[in-house]
Structure formats: structure tokens, C-alpha cells
Design a binder for this molecule. Structure first.
Ligand code: AMP
Length: 424
């Protein structure tokens, strides 16, 4: 066979065993998110390009290098969403939710798109589960959002995690810190890597995101942002940390955690697997009190996070999937059919079993032996066998796969007989 089409680089086919694991995780997460008061939101996969350039910010990797941008036939510039916060904020404003009393809480699950260099755990289409809590400036909400993230991990049994938190200040205290950082770094341009040299002008805070050890060593000499926070930001951070302590959430303060998006203010946090290396980041989030105002709405405080589903599933099972070796889904009842008439009879009568259990009717026209083998590999508890005799007698041969016992069962008794075996 010559394969004519291949998936685009950096994308994956999710199926079989891996898909079952995803669905299991997703159902656990939906339960947790509902308990924290979040309702689901599904926004379009693409939005006006300017929504992302204004919110995520130019000077960030996402906007400068990683967006899939295209012109529509009508001449508008659209981009596949690289993240979901901007879309949720757009939807919040466009749908008049500013008039809702209290905190508006949304969660999302879905694909995001970034033109990044693909490698294990980094894809061009990947999925995020995330939340946005809009309408409260309380540091208690920041802590609740972190607790919600750790609950998502707990719900699927993900452990060995590190929570890192920081505050990156507000409009009052951050600009002078950024100015100081820029002037200091301008004097050391020869010592920073090329990427950092361009960051010094465009977005100096992002120097802290650099993976280059030399750059990190240089930065260690500069005063940490925690020393530059105004009193309100310090208070906010203290209350946030105190609440995490009260919730027994374990965390570390990390001065260099600035996050790669422009819209964060005050609280930022990241959850990573084990070692705490940046490339093992599973979840990131923070407060964004100015974004809604920047998008044309009334100034409204908000906080949220997003977690990478591929990375979480990889962390949980510690493996990449070999789909050649994963099986099709498990069924309760497998129906072996001797011929086409038997297939038709089976569909007509075994179909009613689907109101109580999972049923696979074999329509491959292959031999009985091969069909029985398939029944075993699908882990079915009951095999129903149909040939001409069964059709004539309006019945099935029913085999209990655990005991090996086989007996005829009339059509009328089918559901009760199957249920009896499955109940054991
Ligand atoms: P960010 O929106 O960059 O803060 O990312 C939030 C989370 O999404 C990260 O912690 C990762 O788990 C995941 N993530 C980000 N980019 C990618 C990617 N290219 N491939 C897979 N997962 C990603």
C-alpha cells in the first residue's frame, strides 16, 4: 500500500486506547469544573487576527512567530486561535455578559494552534483545558483558580507536580521595573543571546523566559520583581499565598515566572511535572485585570489558567502511543454472523440490546473462527451466534465467555438473558 496523504507535521491522530484515556480524563475534568462552578464555553477555532495581536501582545513568541494567519476570501485577516483567553473575553463582551451579576466562570476544552518547532510534548495543534473567572479582583479567587487546577490533576491521578507562583505587579509598579530592567540589560547587550537582545527593546520581562543558561545567570544579578512591587500588589500576593497555605496547596515562589503572554497582571502561576523544568510545564495561568478594558469593555478583573491535555496524558501514562498495538473499544456483546441473512437478523434483533449494553455485530463476512477471535480481542462477555437454524427458530446461540457455556436463547428472552450474564 502506498500512503498518499500524511497528517501535517506537528499534529496527531487521536484514537483507540489513547482516545479512551482522553475521554476518561475529560469526563473527570467536567465533574471537577462543574463543582467549582464553571460552565462550558465553545468559541470558534479562528478569530480576527487583531484580537490576538492586541491581547496576547506583539513582542511575544505566540504573536510574532507562531500564529497561523490567513486572509479570508472577503479580505479579512483571521488566525487560528493560539490560546483561548482572548476568545473567551471577546465572547464575554460580545454577548453582553458584563451585565451579569457576580463572577462569570467559563471552562473550555479544545484545540489550539501554534506554529512551533514540533518535538515530544510540543505540537502545532494541541489541546487545552482551561478556565476563566471574570469579575472579581480578590486574591482568594486566584487561590481558588490554582486549587481548581490542582484538583484537575488530582482527579486523574497526576502526581509529582510542582506549583510555582509569582506576582508581576500592576500598571503602577511594573513600568518602572521594566524600564530599569531595560536600561540595565541595554548595558549588557553583548552578553545576552540574540533572541534576548531583541527582547530588551520589545518586551524586557520576557528575558526571564529564556532557556539559555548564560542569560539566566546574567539575570540573577538583577533585582527580582518581588522587590519592586507596590504595596497593593504585595498585599494581593500575600493574601493569595496565605489562602493557598490555608488550602494546603504546596507551592514555591519563583521570581522569574513572568509567563510569555502580555496580558498578565499580579498573580502568575505554573504547574510542571516533577523536576520543574520549563519544558515540562503542564499548566499556566494568572490574573489579567486590564485585558477586558483593552478589548473595549469596562475595566473588569479576571483570572484563569490553561493546561495542555497532550502533556497531561503523557505525564499520566509516561508513554507515547503505538496505535498499531492499541485495540478497538471493548464491547459487552459480540454477534458472530454466518452469512448476510444472519447479519440482517442480528441487526434487527440484537439492536434492542443497545438500550442496555455495548454491542458489536460482525458484518465482515469472515469465517466463524476469525469472528470468535475478534470477540475475544474486544473482551466481550457474551457472544451471540446466528446462522440459518437460529433465523428459522427465531433465536440466538448465546455463549457465556467466562464459563464457556453455550445455549439457545429466544428473541423474547434475549435482553434478560444477556443482562443476567453481564450482571455477574
Ligand atoms: P500557555 O498558553 O503557553 O501558557 O500554555 C499552557 C499549557 O499548554 C502549557 O503548560 C502546556 O501544557 C500546553 N502547551 C502550550 N504549547 C503547547 C504545544 N505547542 N504543544 C503541546 N502543549 C502545549
Amino acid at each position: 500500500m502506498s500512503i498518499k496523504y500524511r497528517k501535517p507535521k506537528g499534529t496527531r491522530d487521536l484514537m483507540l486506547l489513547e482516545m479512551e484515556r482522553w475521554q476518561w480524563c475529560e469526563s473527570k475534568w467536567r465533574e471537577v469544573l462543574a463543582r467549582f462552578g464553571y460552565g462550558e464555553i465553545r468559541t470558534p477555532s479562528f478569530e480576527s487576527t487583531s484580537l490576538f495581536t492586541r491581547s496576547v501582545g506583539s513582542g511575544t513568541d505566540i504573536v510574532d512567530k507562531e500564529m497561523y494567519t490567513f486572509e479570508s476570501k472577503g479580505g479579512e485577516s483571521f488566525s487560528l486561535r493560539p490560546e483561548a483567553t482572548a476568545s473567551v473575553v471577546r465572547a464575554y463582551l460580545e454577548n453582553g455578559l458584563t451585565r451579569q451579576p457576580g463572577t462569570v466562570k467559563f471552562y473550555y476544552m479544545g484545540p489550539m494552534f501554534r506554529y512551533d518547532r514540533p518535538q515530544a510534548g510540543r505540537y502545532r495543534q494541541f489541546h487545552q483545558v482551561g478556565v476563566e473567572a471574570i469579575g472579581s479582583s480578590s486574591p482568594v479567587l486566584d487561590a481558588e483558580v490554582v486549587r481548581c487546577a490542582t484538583s484537575l490533576f488530582e482527579a486523574v491521578g497526576a502526581d509529582d507536580l510542582t506549583v510555582q507562583v509569582n506576582s508581576i505587579g500592576c500598571e503602577n509598579c511594573r513600568p518602572s521595573y521594566v524600564d530599569d530592567l531595560r536600561s540595565w540589560a541595554q548595558g549588557k547587550k553583548d552578553e545576552f543571546c540574540d533572541t534576548c537582545v531583541s527582547r530588551v527593546e520589545s518586551n524586557p520581562l520576557r528575558l526571564f523566559d529564556c532557556k539559555n543558561e548564560g542569560c539566566q545567570k546574567l539575570l540573577a544579578d538583577f533585582k527580582p520583581i518581588s522587590e519592586a512591587l507596590c504595596d497593593d500588589c504585595k498585599d494581593h500576593h500575600t493574601q493569595f499565598c496565605d489562602t493557598l497555605d490555608a488550602l494546603s496547596v504546596r507551592y514555591e515562589n519563583d521570581d522569574s515566572l513572568v509567563r510569555g503572554l502580555d496580558y498578565y497582571t499580579r498573580t502568575t502561576f505554573e504547574i510542571s511535572a516533577g523536576s520543574g523544568l520549563r519544558q515540562s510545564a503542564l499548566c499556566g495561568g494568572g490574573r489579567y485585570d486590564y485585558l477586558i478594558g483593552q478589548c473595549g469593555g469596562p475595566t473588569t478583573p479576571a483570572v484563569g489558567f490553561s493546561a495542555g491535555v497532550e502533556r497531561i496524558v503523557r505525564h499520566l501514562y509516561n508513554q507515547e502511543y503505538d496505535h498499531q498495538r492499541s485495540r478497538q473499544s471493548i464491547v459487552d456483546v459480540f454477534v458472530v454472523c454466518m452469512n448476510r441473512q444472519a447479519q440482517q437478523f442480528a441487526l434487527q434483533h440484537a439492536d434492542k440490546l443497545r438500550s442496555v449494553c455495548r454491542v458489536e455485530i460482525d458484518t465482515t463476512d469472515r469465517g466463524v473462527k476469525a469472528q470468535m477471535k475478534a470477540a475475544v480481542s474486544r473482551e466481550s462477555s457474551v457472544v451471540l451466534i446466528v446462522g440459518d437454524d437460529e433465523i428459522n427458530n427465531n433465536q440466538f446461540q448465546m455463549k457465556n465467555m467466562e464459563t464457556g457455556q453455550q445455549l439457545p436463547v429466544s428473541n423474547e428472552d434475549l435482553i434478560a438473558a444477556v443482562q443476567e450474564v453481564l450482571a455477574k
